[in-house]
Write a protein that binds this ligand. Structure first.
Ligand code: GDP
Length: 295
């Protein structure tokens, strides 16, 4: 996995240090390893679960060597990250991708990258600027639509997001577009309003575009660690999320957050962002991800 170098160092910095500084497997070793996992952003619950599984495997397999624990740990993480979250390949049906998440996590950038990727795969893409709360959000999305070379449906600042989505669905149908990607407002601090807004958008899509396949992608900033997990929990209450996009894994993120999200929320990570450029979005592959972390 390209671009994960720093993240890899951040996870393994702490975990490898423990693995290298202990030869004997004892309570101290286990305690330090658990601590290292927590520091790597896996969170307390997930770290405890992993340690329990590890301990029973060590016993079962009569393992004496900390180097072998590394192998077990990798296996365990791969197992935890396995999901049936295979990315819908957008071949069967017309599709709508609703992108949600708080401001600043990389939502607009992700939409631009997705548009570019889908277009590269021969799809006709339309973007909808349904975050009408900030003029800057509309401008930024316009920039990304230019960069990706796809059409944007937008209205003025403070217009009704539902009306933008309605227009966009009509445009998607009229132009026979394959994938409609909708930006949405990220005002999680105003949860009731956001919920109402998303509910209206869902209703319009379901009524006007019932034949379309629907995806709801939640974008999370991996550098915010456990905050990202908290955001995911809150968004899970207000929307049926079909997948997570974890951004900024090229930075100082500790990567363990991907494991925490999947273990605690059971929502598949579908894409990872590894840079600011239009090509810096990758489909998430759990085996590749864990291998990259432990390379
Ligand atoms: P939004 O407010 O959620 O729409 O966030 P933006 O898309 O405007 O992104 C916020 C900042 O994060 C911008 O400076 C982006 O270039 C940056 N960004 C987004 N995704 C990534 C990523 O995967 N890696 C890095 N390093 N930066 C990213």
């Amino acid at each position: 996995v390209k671009g994960l170098t720093k993240t890899r160092n951040n996870i393994l910095g702490s975990v490898d240090q423990v693995l290298n500084s202990f030869t004997k497997i004892d309570e101290d070793f286990y305690e330090e390893l658990e601590e290292a996992l927590i520091i790597a952003d896996l969170g307390v619950n997930t770290a405890i679960k992993i340690m329990e599984d590890l301990k029973s495997k060590v016993k079962e397999q009569k393992i004496k060597d900390t180097a072998q624990v590394r192998e077990l740990l990798m296996e365990e993480l791969k197992q935890l990250m396995k999901n049936d979250g295979d990315i819908y390949d957008f071949t069967e049906k017309k599709s709508v991708v609703l992108v949600i998440g708080v401001n600043g996590v990389g939502k607009t950038t992700t939409i631009g990258k997705l548009a570019h990727q889908y277009k590269d795969n021969g799809k006709k893409v339309i973007l909808a600027a349904a975050d009408t709360f900030r003029a800057a959000a509309i401008d930024q999305l316009a920039e990304w639509s230019n960069r990706a070379g796809v059409e944007l449906i937008s209205q003025q600042e403070n217009s009704d997001p539902g009306a933008v989505v309605f227009d966009a669905v009509q445009a998607a149908k009229a132009r026979n577009s394959d994938i409609l990607i909708c930006d949405t407002a990220g005002r999680l601090h105003n949860k009731k309003n956001l919920m109402e807004e998303l509910r209206k958008i869902f209703k319009i899509i379901n009524r006007e575009y019932s034949e379309a396949h629907k995806e709801v992608l939640l974008v999370l900033d991996s550098t915010t660690g456990q905050n990202a997990l908290q955001q995911a929990k809150q968004f899970k209450d207000i929307a049926d999320i079909t997948g997570i996009v974890l951004t900024k894994l090229d930075g100082t993120a500790k990567g363990g957050i991907a494991i925490a999200i999947q273990t605690e929320l059971n929502i598949p990570v579908k894409y990872i962002g590894v840079g600011e450029g239009i090509d810096d979005l990758q489909k998430f592959d759990s085996d590749d991800f864990v291998n990259a972390l432990f390379d």
